[in-house]
Design a binder for this molecule. Structure first.
Ligand SMILES: Cc1cc2nc3c(=O)[nH]c(=O)nc-3n(C[C@H](O)[C@H](O)[C@H](O)COP(=O)(O)OP(=O)(O)OC[C@H]3O[C@@H](n4cnc5c(N)ncnc54)[C@H](O)[C@@H]3O)c2cc1C
Length: 471
């Protein structure tokens, strides 16, 4: 069994069982380590698995925490949330204070607050991790986890892409946002013209000034791409294809909302929709009062979601999801300004529709839309964000998880449901993959809260397991 690599001179005793294996090395893993540190969990009992390349990590000594969201050096990729709401610990505005002295960014300030570069948040995360008492004590395995199998003694066997096998008492899935898979037919020769990982932010290094660009998807990744093109002074035409034919709204300078206290009767999708309609003002959705009311609803969603039966969650997802996504994912003012300037000049054209197929000739990529329209492009940017997590897929294939599962479904204690829909002992998940069970747990602030609640359970269970081992 390969030994987990240690981040300091501390050595791992041979054959040590990992107490808590955290699968994933992004933001969620970082906030979990901070929470475990605060609860005094012995760092030698914790190992993080992940293979983020060093160039995406601001501090090699820490070697985690940037993940898909913040692991980019592209200076045009900004946080889409103002600084005081970006947290590593729940209810702490530490990032804002740190930014005042540690970030030199003349473009961050806007009427809606300060929106910093995402790579600077990764720097903050790395620095916060180095200040933890446990820093340097955690194990790190630089490889992807490819398979999990339960042990006879209630633990887990963790297998990695480089052939490693590890024993773990508890496993925490913090695998985050999977890579997008094309939702359209892709002719193999067209692959060379498709950029399917724009979130890395390196595609612009080979950008030619007059290339015709097509962007599939109209969310926040599309906004990052538009800002980068704008800042480069790109000359080529840009076509953006998205089902709603519109771009995300701008963040407003919204005051903290009064918390909405839902009554216990919101137990159906229908009642949730009624609550939503009753609480949103009849204003433009970019006004501070509209966003404030929306954020109030968002804050009470986890409580409501918790009480919705599974079938009602599916119903609510169908009926609310599109509106929720549009209102929820707001862009920074800098990003919106760039996109609107391109729209106003006629360089950017929005198309309402879906891409059905992508083919290519020697000269161009051809996109066929579901309405029959054909679009030509030199380069196609895939900004749809829809993807499957290969490890979760493997767990489905191995019969560990129910096939009908939406993402990774968990109980109130973050335990993943097994194929009989019973909580699986020692297997936990949190963050983006658990959104179907936990509600809107996608942003940094919400994930920090989830990590705090899960860390309570993990540290309690670790003490129980150690007590049992000593008896
Ligand atoms: C592009 C982008 C921008 C965002 N911007 C903001 C923002 O400005 N503000 C905000 O509040 N929220 C933002 N978010 C929301 C975001 O979901 C969270 O802030 C955060 O990224 C979630 O952290 P994570 O660690 O769960 O996921 P990720 O950031 O996706 O990291 C998961 C990590 O786990 C690794 N991994 C996955 N599977 C395995 C495996 N099997 N074995 C080993 N390692 C594995 C991945 O390689 C990755 O490094 C953004 C999200 C994205 C995708």
């Amino acid at each position: 069994m390969p030994e987990p690599e240690q981040q300091s001179a501390a050595t791992t005793p041979r054959h040590q069982e990992i107490g808590i294996a955290i699968i994933g090395d992004g933001y969620a893993a970082a906030t979990m380590l901070i929470q475990l540190d605060e609860r005094g969990v012995d760092p030698e009992r914790v190992t993080v698995f992940g293979d983020t390349p060093p160039e995406n990590i601001p501090n090699e000594n820490v070697s985690l925490g940037s993940g898909k969201a913040y692991g980019t050096a592209n200076p045009n990729y900004r946080l889409n949330v103002r600084a005081d709401l970006m947290k590593l610990r729940p209810d702490d505005a530490e990032f804002s204070r740190w930014a005042e002295t540690e970030i030199d960014d003349g473009d961050a300030a806007t009427h809606a607050g300060d929106f910093y570069r995402r790579c600077d948040f990764a720097r903050f995360t790395a620095e916060t991790l180095t200040k933890c008492a446990s820093s340097g004590g955690w194990g790190k395995v630089r490889s992807r986890v490819t398979r999990l199998t339960p042990d006879s003694d209630g633990g887990w066997r963790v297998m990695t892409a480089d052939g490693g096998h590890y024993q773990a008492g508890m496993v925490v899935l913090a695998t985050g946002n999977p890579d997008g898979n094309p939702s359209f037919t892709l002719d193999p020769p067209a692959r060379d013209r498709l950029e399917d990982q724009p979130w890395k932010g390196v595609w612009d290094r080979t950008l030619k000034g007059d290339e015709r660009i097509a962007i599939i998807g109209g969310g926040l990744t599309a906004m990052d791409i538009l800002t980068t093109l704008f800042r480069h002074g790109h000359d080529g035409k840009v076509d953006l294809i998205t089902p709603g034919g519109m771009l995300p709204p701008m963040q407003a300078n919204w005051p903290k909302a009064d918390e909405i206290t839902p009554d216990g009767r919101v137990t159906t999708a229908h009642r949730l929709l009624r609550l939503w309609r009753a609480n949103l003002p009849d204003d433009d959705w970019e006004t501070p009062q509209w966003q404030s009311a929306f954020e109030g609803l968002r804050a009470c969603l986890p409580t409501i979601w918790h009480h919705l039966p599974r079938q009602e969650r599916i119903r609510a997802g169908y009926r609310l999801s599109r509106h929720w996504q549009l209102a929820r994912f707001r862009a920074s003012p800098q990003t919106v300004a760039a996109a609107r300037a391109m729209l106003n000049s006629g360089q950017l054209e929005l198309h309402s529709g879906r891409v059905e197929a992508m083919t290519a000739t020697d000269q161009h990529a051809h996109l066929t839309l579901t309405n029959g329209q054909i679009m030509l492009a030199d380069r196609v940017m895939m900004a749809t964000g829809a993807g499957r997590d290969p490890l979760v897929q493997q767990c489905h294939d191995d019969g560990l998880l129910p096939r009908a599962m939406q993402g990774v479904e968990v109980d109130h204690d973050f335990q993943v449901y097994d194929h009989h829909w019973r909580p699986t002992q020692g297997l936990y998940a949190f963050g983006p993959p658990t959104a179907f069970s936990r509600g809107d747990v996608l942003g940094a602030g919400s994930i920090a809260k989830e990590a705090s609640a899960l860390a309570d359970r993990l540290s309690d269970r670790l003490s129980v397991r150690m007590g049992e081992a000593l008896r």
